[in-house]
Design a protein around this ligand. Structure first.
Ligand code: HEC
Length: 109
């Protein structure tokens, strides 16, 4: 690799990383906020109806692992009575869903 190529690679990586965060923000607002709220507190109409937990609460965050958070998005969630509470997310790739895990972790106070 020449110096110029190296420099270019560095710039591109930086750009990719910063759009990653911006994507997660946009994806949260588009796919998650109607239930979980833009602030993660679940205070939306849907959130109240579904009894969504407050993601800014460390106790709530401690209830699921990163893996479970990803699985919730990928496969959805079913309650004790076999009713679907959170539908599987549509239209996001695995990588995009994984990028939402640190995003939702950041709601924790
Ligand atoms: C149709 C409403 C709805 C949408 C849209 C939704 N969720 Fe959920 N989500 C729920 C409900 C209901 C629960 C279960 C109650 C709770 O834990 O608060 C839940 C739980 C979770 C949990 C906890 C998982 C666990 O194992 O306890 C995570 C993490 C989560 N959602 C992330 C997301 C993300 C990220 C998105 C967007 C990609 C999203 N949700 C979109 C309704 C929704």
């Amino acid at each position: 690799m020449t110096t110029t190529q190296r420099l270019l690679a560095l710039i591109l990586t930086g750009a990719a990383l910063s759009t990653y965060g911006a994507d997660a923000d946009a994806h949260w607002k588009e796919h998650c906020a109607k239930c979980h709220g833009e602030d993660g507190k679940g205070g939306t109409k849907m959130g109240k109806k579904l009894g969504i937990a407050d993601l800014t609460d460390p106790k709530v965050q401690a209830k699921f692992t990163d893996e479970q958070a990803f699985k919730a998005m990928k496969s959805g969630l079913i309650d004790d009575k076999g009713k679907t509470t959170m539908k599987a997310v549509e239209g996001l790739s695995d990588a995009e869903m994984k990028a939402l895990v640190p995003y939702l972790r950041a709601f924790k106070k």
